[in-house]
Design a protein around this ligand. Structure first.
Ligand code: GDP
Length: 315
């Protein structure tokens, strides 16, 4: 990839997009194109077509998505399905028509069947029923993967798809009702510590296992794949290790310095029992994560302290 190539990062304000912009700028890519939602509605086919016709980016990284944790996914299947399919269809089609040289579509580990073998190899895609709590999002992402593969097969497009594991880091969503587990527990531990609470409420049984990757590692992987990977076959990106939700909660409490007890709200769903990606393919290509979970949580907590969520109560 030339440093001067025009790169469009779709979704640059989100967790993933903002990490991509940070990493690309740090690495000297000086022709980034971004658009705020108020400037470009990715859900509008006409607006997306016009944008691509005018800007003609060489590279597209598709990091725009309606995302959310287990509750949001479960509560709003229509929005997760419709919005995601709409924006990805618009961007992928317009990218092809505008002659984009390479496109990286970001999926998710939830595209894999609920009872996929662990760690989950890329070949597990479409081999069994999905986890019901995030089925709508998963179906949308699978449609995006298939569209990229179809453009590759039918038109020879260089549209690749990477499947990141659960991500966390700066600019994550810390809203307790729609966030993923790691930012939710970071915030809950911080709030419990500052309010002097004795207990921190964790959802579910604590038994599910999840793998977590710092988003700066994902951004580095994206650049790596754009340079070195050119197959329409999906590729997993993770750290290759998982922890139970209980272990995660204990680690977060330790980093934050909350010394109280964990309590368990078993009325909330556990979701899929385990989600650990088989990352041997990306490892074989030569990429590995660099940020250990404890360090990543500590860095994210530092960021959180400097950027408290707008809805949080003043201390
Ligand atoms: P998932 O990976 O799609 O299941 O999404 P989440 O990151 O939202 O949830 C992962 C696991 O963490 C589930 O078993 C949740 O029940 C559990 N969990 C525990 N406490 C929380 C919390 O405060 N918020 C969220 N979102 N999940 C929690």
């Amino acid at each position: 990839m030339e440093k001067s190539e025009k790169i469009f990062v779709a979704g640059h304000r989100g967790l993933v997009g903002s990490a991509l912009v940070r990493t690309l700028e740090r690495d000297g890519f000086d022709h980034l194109v971004t658009r705020a939602r108020s400037q470009l509605d990715l859900g509008s086919e006409a607006a997306v077509d016009l944008f691509f016709a005018q800007e003609k980016p060489a590279i597209v990284i598709f990091a725009a998505a309606k995302v959310g944790g287990i509750k949001a996914n479960n509560d709003q299947p229509v929005e997760f399905l419709l919005d995601n399919i709409q924006i990805q269809n618009n961007v992928i089609r317009a990218a092809h028509e505008a002659g984009v040289r390479k496109l990286l579509f970001l999926g998710s580990s939830c595209i894999y069947p609920k009872h996929a073998p662990q760690p989950i190899p890329e070949s597990a895609l479409l081999t069994g029923p999905l986890e019901p709590t995030n089925e709508a999002y998963a179906i949308a992402k699978i449609a995006g993967i298939k569209l990229c593969q179809a453009y590759a097969r039918e038109y020879g497009a260089h549209f690749i798809s990477a499947m990141p594991t659960n991500l966390y880091g700066p600019n994550d969503n810390f809203d307790l009702l729609s966030s993923h587990v790691l930012p939710a527990l970071l915030r809950k531990a911080h709030d419990a510590k500052t309010s002097g609470a004795r207990e921190l409420m964790v959802w579910g049984s604590g038994k599910p296992r999840r793998e977590f990757l710092h988003v700066d590692d994902l951004a580095a992987a994206c650049l790596f794949l754009l340079e070195r990977y050119d197959s329409p076959e999906i590729i997993n990106v993770g750290c290759g290790e998982d922890v139970s939700i209980r272990e995660l909660a204990e680690l977060i409490c330790d980093v934050v310095g909350f010394k109280g007890e964990l309590a368990w709200d078993t009325t909330k769903p556990d979701g899929t029992p385990r989600k650990l990606l088989d990352v041997s393919k990306v490892h074989d290509l030569g990429w590995r994560h660099t940020i250990a979970l404890r360090d990543g949580i500590a860095r994210t907590y530092e960021w959180f302290l400097k950027n408290p969520p707008r809805d949080s109560k003043p201390e």
